[in-house]
Structures are given as structure tokens and as C-alpha cells.
Design a protein around this ligand. Structure first.
Ligand code: HEC
Length: 167
């Protein structure tokens, strides 16, 4: 019996070593100021900080990787988050979104942060500085809300509503 356990451990360890050779490409392209969210909107420093520390690792092309991203399967797990997150909102490509999408995404950002669902709880657990204080949350919501109001005030209403089906 002992022998089986020892072999099982060896197989698991070897499997772990083999996993390390399968790396996903890194998500780290330089920011393009022509379309980057922060570069376009110039939020105040405290809101910019929330975005950079709390959101950009997943929702942009500029992830700051922690050391454990080098360990598989953790690296895959992180990249899966990044892929899904960028599918929802990619702040590095914000400027290429249509105004209707921006308007909707700003609303979702507020809802997610208000409910404490973003930054993802698992991320907050690993990044103490991404745990938003009540004041940070308030400032974030206030600023994002003001951005929405600006868009609303400067865009014709039919550009913000979903086109109605013509029937
Ligand atoms: C650890 C990675 C991670 C971080 C950090 C993160 N997100 Fe997300 N976010 C995701 C993933 C993954 C999704 C895709 C939906 C899901 O799985 O919940 C998502 C979805 C979203 C959505 C779309 C949700 C919807 O309504 O469908 C918004 C908006 C959003 N995030 C905003 C933010 C904001 C704002 C921050 C920073 C305060 C942030 N996220 C931080 C991973 C992250």
C-alpha cells in the first residue's frame, strides 16, 4: 500500500512539472492613449487609482502579473478571468466602443461596484489594495455617474436606446 502512495505522489509531482511547460501568452500590450479609458477621460487621481489597482489587471491589455501567475494551473485560471473580463469591458479599447455601449457599460460598472461584485472577490482576497473602502466606492460611483450624465446630456436619446425592432 505504501508503495502505491509513493508512486501516486511521484506521478502527481511529475504531472505538475509537465504542466509548467504549457504557458498562456501574457496579456501585456502598451496602452494606446487614443482609445484607453483613463487616457481619454482623465479621471481624478483617486478614481484612476481604483481603476488601475482594482480593474485594469483583468479589464485591459495591461495586466500586472503576480509571481504566482508563473505557476500552472494558476496562470491559466488568471488568464481565463482576463479573457472573460475583456469580453465584457476592455478599458484599453474603450474608445472604439459605440456611445450606446459606453453608456451601458458605465451603468454596469456602477452596479457591479455597488454590489461589491467587482473587483472580483477572489481578486480582493489576493490584492488587499483592491478592496475598496466606502469612500473609494462612493467616489467611484459619483464619478462614473457623472460621466454617464455627461454622455446623456451630449448625445441624442435615440443613439443611447437600443434600436426598436421595425414591425
Ligand atoms: C480578477 C479579475 C477582475 C477584476 C479585478 C475586475 N473584474 Fe470585472 N469582470 C471580471 C470577469 C471574469 C467578468 C465576466 C463576468 C463574470 O464572470 O462575472 C467581469 C465582468 C465585469 C462587468 C460586466 C458585468 C455585467 O454586468 O455583465 C463589468 C461592468 C465589470 N466587470 C467591471 C469591473 C470594474 C469596474 C472593476 C474594477 C472596480 C472590475 N470589473 C474588476 C473580472 C474582473
Amino acid at each position: 500500500m505504501k508503495k502505491i502512495v509513493r508512486w501516486a505522489l511521484i506521478v502527481i509531482a511529475a504531472g505538475f512539472v509537465v504542466l509548467q511547460f504549457f504557458r498562456s501568452p501574457k496579456n501585456s500590450a502598451p496602452a494606446d492613449p487614443a482609445v484607453d479609458f483613463i487616457a481619454q477621460y482623465h479621471p481624478p487621481a483617486d478614481v484612476e487609482n481604483v481603476l488601475r489597482v482594482g480593474c485594469y489587471d483583468c479589464h485591459s491589455n495591461e495586466t500586472r502579473y503576480p509571481w504566482y501567475a508563473e505557476v500552472q494551473p494558476v496562470g491559466w485560471w488568471l488568464n481565463e478571468h482576463i479573457k472573460n473580463a475583456k469580453g465584457e469591458v476592455n478599458f484599453s479599447e474603450w474608445g472604439s466602443y459605440r456611445v450606446r455601449r459606453k453608456f451601458k457599460k458605465l451603468e454596469e460598472m456602477m452596479t457591479q461596484v455597488q454590489k461589491g461584485e467587482m473587483p472580483l472577490p477572489s481578486y480582493q482576497l489576493l490584492h488587499g489594495d483592491a478592496k475598496l473602502s466606502a469612500e473609494q466606492t462612493r467616489r467611484f460611483l459619483e464619478w462614473v455617474g457623472a460621466m454617464r450624465d455627461t454622455i446623456k446630456a451630449t448625445t441624442p436619446a435615440d443613439s443611447l436606446a437600443r434600436p426598436r425592432p421595425t414591425s
